[in-house]
Write a protein that binds this ligand. Structure first.
Ligand code: AMP
Ligand code: ZN
Length: 465
């Protein structure tokens, strides 16, 4: 298994710390808004990495945080608090915002067939761990209290710039807009571990600490959660390229200061998805979400397929034309797969050969387009009977997760969706008025049309049957 390591800037042989057990940590979303499809590209790449490692026989444990506190718009110590920004935008509390957008994120993951990590931890549930780590860093003189806040002293870190390869001179005040002068810092690039001096008068999320009432910095959250879940060592840490600096750089500084040794061996970063204007944004232009794509008549898996056609380390430009291309190609692929019969006996040798080829394509630093080529080769190969082809498609789809063998996906177009949502509302109203006969009729009528309603604690959803 070969993997590009952002730390060594080379493709390396992947060797986990403990035999074939892989401890994998992936930075989670800041739940102040919907995820855009750029964010989700990163989660798709991480999903392929996790599932591909399992395909190769590794035993993977993956953890992810949900950032619901401490993340400022600059990714550093300046700018607005993202959660407060979301709360202000919608006239809700920060807790309601966190709850709503966490569910929305998990829903997007489900739609994209991204496996929900085995362990998910909310940042706000782990305050005691951050306090423990910060206290130890102060004791070891890596951190200091100044003017109310606790800062990490980057001059004490071993090779602080090793991951980013940045030049410290670039980070001097005035060179970058995001570096604001903070006189309380010993070095301009020092970062906050614990805020007590909040710039935000209405800061709602705050906790008691040895340094006063306040809240953690964003970076300590991932170091803390990773330590809680995995202990002293981590095999793989992932995120988007924007996380390299300052977030992952600061995670390494903190974790290694706290632990007293090297912490994580492999750092993997996915390149960005951009729109035609450049950077993808949640506030400017069209806010590209999975639901928007669905409204426009795409299946979320069309988008997954679109992502798999390019390498995760190449940046990708999103256009509707290329999504149309992916949608058509996926449809053709599915038609071909679904036309396979169940005839013949499994051909063990061919099966093994192609299974290994697919594994090798993945093991070549997640070459997803080559993995797809292996799939097309299987479908084309006249030496294989349909049974073997089917079994191979099933095998590959444990990683690709394109629902290739699921009977023809019935597409929900926007008018149908509108109609169903209207009926759900009418049924809700009927139930409120205690007209259960009408409520049941609406449900039964929809079922007769192939729409099954599902009542959950969060409300009613549906599936096409
Ligand atoms: P955030 O919710 O902003 O913390 O970001 C969630 C994840 O999405 C992080 O791993 C980011 O690195 C990643 N990310 C942000 N923007 C993009 C983009 N345009 N393309 C791909 N990944 C992104
Ligand atoms: Zn993180």
């Amino acid at each position: 298994m070969k993997l590009y390591n952002s730390l060594s800037k080379q493709v390396e042989e992947f060797i986990p710390n403990e035999n074939n057990k892989v401890k994998m940590y992936t930075c989670g979303p800041t739940v102040y808004h919907y995820a855009h499809i750029g964010n989700l590209r990163t989660y798709i790449f991480e999903d392929i990495l996790e599932k591909g490692l399992s395909f190769l026989g590794y035993d993977v444990i993956r953890a992810m945080n949900i950032t619901d506190v401490g993340h400022l718009t600059s990714d550093g110590d300046t700018g607005e608090d993202k959660m407060a920004k979301g709360a202000k935008r919608e006239g809700k509390t920060v807790w309601e915002i966190a709850d709503f957008y966490t569910k929305a994120f998990l829903d997007d993951m489900r739609k994209l067939n991204i496996k929900v990590p085995e362990i998910i931890e909310k940042a706000s549930d782990n305050i005691d761990i951050y306090i423990k780590m910060i206290s130890k860093m102060i004791d070891k003189d890596y951190a200091y209290l100044s003017n109310g806040n606790v800062y990490f002293d980057i001059s004490k870190a071993k090779d602080y710039y090793k991951l980013s390869g940045k030049n410290p001179d670039d980070l001097k005040i005035g060179v970058r807009d995001t570096v604001e002068e903070d006189k309380a810092k010993r070095n301009p690039a020092d970062f906050v571990l614990w805020f007590t001096l909040s710039k935000f008068e209405n800061q709602v999320m705050k906790w008691d600490s040895p340094w006063g009432v306040g809240y953690p910095g964003w970076h300590i959250e991932c170091s803390g959660i990773s330590y809680k879940v995995f202990g002293d060592y981590l095999d793989i840490h992932c995120g988007g390229v924007d996380n390299i600096f300052p977030h992952h750089t600061n995670e390494i500084a903190q974790s290694e200061a706290f632990l007293g040794h090297k912490w994580c061996n492999y750092w993997c970063h996915g390149a960005h998805l951009n729109d035609e204007s450049g950077k993808m944004s949640k506030s400017k232009g069209e806010f590209l979400t999975v639901s928007l794509l669905e409204k426009k008549g795409y299946s979320p898996l069309d988008y997954r397929f679109f992502c798999l056609n390019s390498h995760y380390r190449n940046s990708l430009v999103f256009t509707y034309e290329s999504l149309d291309g992916a949608k058509n190609a996926l449809k053709k692929l599915k038609t071909k797969v679904l036309s396979l019969t169940n005839e013949g006996e499994m051909q063990d040798d061919f099966y093994k050969q192609y299974h290994n080829k697919f594994g090798e394509a993945f093991g070549n630093d997640l070459n997803t387009s080559l993995m797809l080529t292996v799939l097309y080769d299987v479908l084309k190969d006249n030496n294989l009977n349909d049974k073997t082809k089917r079994l191979l498609v099933e095998d590959f789809d444990t990683v690709l997760s394109l629902d290739l063998l699921k009977e023809e996906f019935k597409e929900v177009d926007s008018t149908l969706e509108e109609k169903i949502l209207k009926k759900i509302e009418e049924r809700k109203e009927a139930k409120k008025n205690k007209d259960f006969a009408l409520a049941d009729k609406i449900r039964d009528d929809l079922l007769a049309e192939g729409v099954k309603l599902i009542d959950t604690r969060e409300g009613t959803t549906y599936e096409l049957v």
